[in-house]
Ligand binder design. Structure first.
Ligand code: FES
Length: 166
């Protein structure tokens, strides 16, 4: 028996929510939810495997980064499944997350209220005031190039987001 995580909404699910939201005017962010399903090219897997941290936006307007964390990670890609990507906005109050120790797969502490996140464990919060995991950008590798294909979690400031089927 499978259970759908309420924070993992398929693109089809978002379309359904938006149709319902249009009727009830309860989901003002619908246009965002339906528009950001396009894959975003991040860069060469080889560069990430070499230790490069790549910044990008996914969906548009949401700062994110991709990094190799050196140990197998939830939804990691690459030969060792250790390349992951996350948003930079802290899910507590949106402060930018800039401190990182990729060698231990740890992001933070957040400069505002000291939250830290496990980059190998799906962005789960480890310390601080954040009460939800950091949104993880889901990746796919095609022809040696890495693409952002979806998001698990709710982007800071958004009502909901999408996860593209994988
Ligand atoms: S904004 Fe990051 S812990 Fe509060």
């Amino acid at each position: 028996m499978t259970h759908e995580n309420p924070l993992q909404i398929s693109r089809r699910g978002v379309v359904r929510l938006c149709v319902a939201g249009t009727a009830s005017a309860a989901l003002p962010a619908c246009n965002h939810g339906t528009d950001h399903g396009d894959d975003v090219h991040i860069g060469a897997l080889e560069d990430l495997l070499g230790g490069e941290v790549v910044d990008f936006e996914y969906p548009e307007g949401h700062a994110a980064f991709a990094v190799r964390v050196g140990k197998r990670a939830r939804d990691g890609v690459g030969p060792d499944e250790d390349v992951v990507a996350f948003h930079r906005a802290c899910p507590h109050q949106g402060c930018p997350l800039v401190e990182m120790d990729a060698s231990v797969a740890r992001l933070g502490p957040c400069g505002c209220h000291l939250s830290e996140f496990d980059l190998a464990g799906g962005g789960v919060q480890l310390t601080g005031r954040a009460s939800v995991p950091l949104p993880q950008v889901l990746l796919d590798v095609r022809g040696g190039e890495v693409y952002a294909v979806g998001l698990r979690g709710v982007a800071f400031g958004e009502a909901f987001t999408v996860e593209q089927g994988r």
